[in-house]
Write a protein that binds this ligand. Structure first.
Ligand SMILES: [Zn+2]
Length: 315
């Protein structure tokens, strides 16, 4: 690569500014929360292209032609995890083989939690997976790893720095800007996490059920565990046995709320919990649906999850 630049050195001096002009890399991202973090780092320099539209489930998706083109044009592809979007792994290989791939769940130091077994969760039973060695990138023993790791703002904090370094590697001229923006974003996340932790501490023990097992990282960070999930981690339709188990738990433990997710079958929640007195109107969703795309989406998404629990607790 570098050798190809050598002929330019002999060109007239007038040509040099054009050669030296830095190009901000084309960046493709998977979901709106990652779009938000990358936007925070890029700031005024540009914005990434979203491959999965707002409101769509990342667990299964068909790209539109324009989205496939974004992927093909990308210098850098930043995404959560092949576990979250198995279909994207193949698309990346064929369309974006020459792009730098940044898999955020693989960033060293990222907290990993395992999917929970069963429809109802036992208290104090989240299993850390963060001690397995992620320095060793050949080790991909991730069976059962819950890929919704962006819902822990401390993971997002770490990723801001990684995003800045990956962009700086492609675009050294703007390295200082990327790093400065990432640092400012980290301070914002710290302030938000501290503020929300203090408010959620006031409503500890709120009893709620989530729609799919996506929120474990949020629950863990803010010490606000859910009592169960109606659907599996990939948001597939629950079996009748699983629904029965949830109904029994709601009755037995006096569950206050069953949160809904707009993406997935809200009628199911209505039919299952009609007449039980449990609140079913509060939305709890992991992607920032309805929020404006951009750098403020991510902190708003986390704040909104916190608001959901505060609303639930306020009987
Ligand atoms: Zn999910």
């Amino acid at each position: 690569m570098r050798n190809r630049l050598l002929p330019f050195l002999s060109l007239p001096v007038l040509m040099l500014p054009a050669v030296a002009m830095a190009e901000v890399p084309s960046v493709a991202v998977d979901i709106p929360p990652v779009h938000s973090l990358v936007s925070r780092v890029m700031g005024e320099l540009g914005s990434p292209d979203l491959v999965i539209q707002p409101g769509a489930s990342p667990h299964g998706y068909s790209m539109r032609p324009s989205e496939a083109r974004s992927l093909a044009d990308a210098d850098v592809m930043i995404f959560v995890s092949d576990e979250l979007t198995p279909w994207l792994a193949k698309a990346r290989e064929t369309l974006a083989a020459d792009a730098d791939a940044v898999e955020l769940m693989e960033v060293p130091g990222t907290l990993h939690l395992r999917y929970r077994e069963g429809a109802t969760f036992e208290a104090h039973h989240d299993e850390h997976d963060d001690h397995d060695s992620h320095d060793d990138h050949h080790e991909h023993a991730h069976a059962g790893m819950n890929p919704h790791g962006w819902l822990d703002p401390m993971n997002a904090r770490l990723w801001l720095a990684e995003i800045a370094e990956s962009l700086a590697a492609r675009d050294p001229e703007h390295a200082a800007t990327y790093r400065r923006n990432a640092q400012a974003g980290q301070w914002e996340l710290d302030a938000m996490t501290e503020s929300l932790s203090a408010r959620l501490a006031q409503v500890q023990g709120t009893r709620y059920i989530v729609f799919h097992d996506a929120y474990q990282y949020f629950e863990h960070r803010f010490d606000a565990p859910a009592s169960g999930a109606i659907s599996l981690g990939d948001a597939s339709t629950p079996s009748p046995a699983r629904v029965k188990e949830i109904q029994a738990r709601v009755a037995r433990d006096n569950i206050q709320c069953v949160f809904r997710e707009p993406q997935y079958n809200p009628a199911l929640i209505e039919s299952v919990f009609e007449g039980t007195g449990v609140k079913t109107s509060i939305v709890f969703e992991p992607l920032g649906v309805g929020l404006e795309l951009g750098e403020t989406l991510y902190p708003q998404l986390i704040e909104r999850l916190g608001q959901g629990i505060l609303q639930c607790a306020d009987a």
